[in-house]
Design a protein around this ligand. Structure first.
Ligand SMILES: C[S@@+](CC[C@H](N)C(=O)[O-])C[C@H]1O[C@@H](n2cnc3c(N)ncnc32)[C@H](O)[C@@H]1O
Length: 182
């Protein structure tokens, strides 16, 4: 039987889909912001141009296109339990058993997962080198979100990684870049 938590996640996802229906989910300013974040990640050595990348909660795979424009040519795996683009693997990150990749990118996803502990556990084990997270922090969930993300939750959930860059973009939104501990 489905747990109350999963029911709550499904309701949040239905609300998210309703909110974004018919809208351009990536207007140009958002694409420009994402490109700036990825440039920071490449220039600071969090992703190499040949690295394999898993895009968790990839949506329309915009990050893949942005990375390609910046010169990245590695292997891309996009996963999303509500796929809206071709070739996306239809799975929650909590249930993903795809294996290892060099880098995991996860933009605007963690606060809408079904089971955050499981999601972080899987991300911690699948990323070989680095993890790049864009997240709202210390924000009480609304009808489209399921978890409040904090630095402590991320630190505890990603025990094999060190936070090396915390780029505070707005008072409650950060680009967080992690490297695997040696
Ligand atoms: C706000 S959208 C962000 C999409 C994309 N990362 C971006 O930045 O444009 C959140 C995405 O996470 C996906 N998602 C929700 N729960 C997930 C889970 N448990 N595992 C992986 N993806 C999930 C949703 O289907 C949705 O496409």
């Amino acid at each position: 039987m489905e747990s109350g938590k999963t029911y709550r996640w499904k309701v949040a996802m239905a609300n998210l889909m309703a909110r974004r229906a018919g809208k351009d989910i990536h207007p140009q300013p958002v694409i420009d912001d994402y490109a700036r974040h990825m440039k920071v990640a490449f220039n600071s050595g969090f992703i190499g141009f040949d690295d394999s990348v898993m895009d968790v909660g990839c949506g329309d795979c915009k990050l893949r296109d942005i990375m390609s424009k910046l010169g990245w040519r590695g292997t891309y795996i996009g996963l999303d339990p509500y796929p809206i683009a071709p070739l996306v693997i239809n799975v929650k990150v909590e249930d993903c058993a795809i294996g290892e990749v060099d880098c995991i990118v996860c933009f605007s996803v963690l606060d809408g997962t079904d089971d955050l502990d499981k999601a972080l556990k899987n991300i911690n084990s699948m990323a070989k080198k680095s993890i790049i997270i864009l997240a709202g922090l210390d924000i009480v969930p609304d009808k489209c979100h399921t978890y409040e993300i904090t630095h402590k939750i991320l630190r505890d959930g990603l025990p094999d990684f060190s936070l090396k860059l915390d780029d505070v973009l707005h008072p409650k939104v950060s680009l967080l870049c992690y490297k695997r501990k040696k």
